[in-house]
Design a protein around this ligand. Structure first.
Ligand SMILES: Cc1cc2nc3c(=O)[nH]c(=O)nc-3n(C[C@H](O)[C@H](O)[C@H](O)COP(=O)(O)O)c2cc1C
Length: 203
């Protein structure tokens, strides 16, 4: 196999910088306006569409919930919570409503499951990879994002409201916006130790 010619030093620096930026990603729970839109949002969605995908099924689907539609979405979640659990529904509905209200853009990531020789798990993994690629692009563009699931993600009524009927399914919601500045004394979460998570196979 031919080996690629090493890129010039300037390009290497650029690539290292790109990796360093990737390594600085953290989920952003506290978000504010603005959310990416227009060409920046297109870049984020395009990053999702670069996910690896066995069999070129292109199973990923992204549903954008933003602007005034968020109110209607919060109403849907509230109704779903009440139907799931009448006793705890009001509290769960309130929680969802608060999250939707303070999240400038929600990208619902789902998989439109294709029958055939590619196992379902691989299609779900591919949708997960699309979600991760979008989280990285969100970060690289200077925005913040967080992947959440919770009971809503597994609720068939919520899935249906987004166009995912079994075997198609949601893999989660990306909350997207501009990260709120963290308090100076907020604890820094260390990256996990490489040694604990990696080993050479020795037979
Ligand atoms: C599939 C999936 C579902 C998740 N669901 C939730 C969730 O419902 N609520 C939550 O607080 N964090 C959830 N998380 C975790 C956050 O997205 C995030 O990874 C975590 O807070 C760690 O932050 P970090 O990404 O900066 O390491 C989920 C992560 C994944 C991969």
């Amino acid at each position: 196999m031919d080996h690629a010619i090493a890129p010039p030093a300037a390009q290497r620096d650029e690539r290292l910088r790109a990796v360093e930026l990737l390594l600085s990603r953290q989920s952003a729970n506290l978000l504010q306006e603005p959310a990416p839109e227009g060409a920046e949002l297109d870049l984020i969605l395009d990053a999702g569409l670069r996910a690896p995908d066995h069999g070129r099924l292109r199973p990923w689907r992204f549903v954008l919930i933003r602007g005034e539609q968020r109110q209607a979405w919060a109403d849907r979640l509230a109704a779903a919570a009440m139907a799931r659990d009448p006793e705890n529904g009001p509290a769960m509905a309130e929680k969802s409503r608060a999250w939707v209200g303070r999240t400038p853009l929600i990208i619902a990531v789902g998989v439109e499951m294709k029958e055939g020789k590619i196992p379902e798990i691989e299609q779900v993994l591919s949708a997960g990879a699309a979600a991760m690629n979008m989280l990285n692009a969100i970060h690289l563009l200077g925005y913040g994002g967080m992947w959440v699931t919770g009971a809503n993600s597994y609720d068939p009524q919520v899935n249906k409201a987004l166009g995912f009927e079994a075997p198609s399914r949601l893999v989660g919601f990306l909350g997207v916006g501009t990260p709120r500045p963290m308090p100076a004394d907020a604890p820094k979460i260390a990256r996990p130790s490489r040694a604990q998570h990696t080993r050479d196979w020795t037979g």
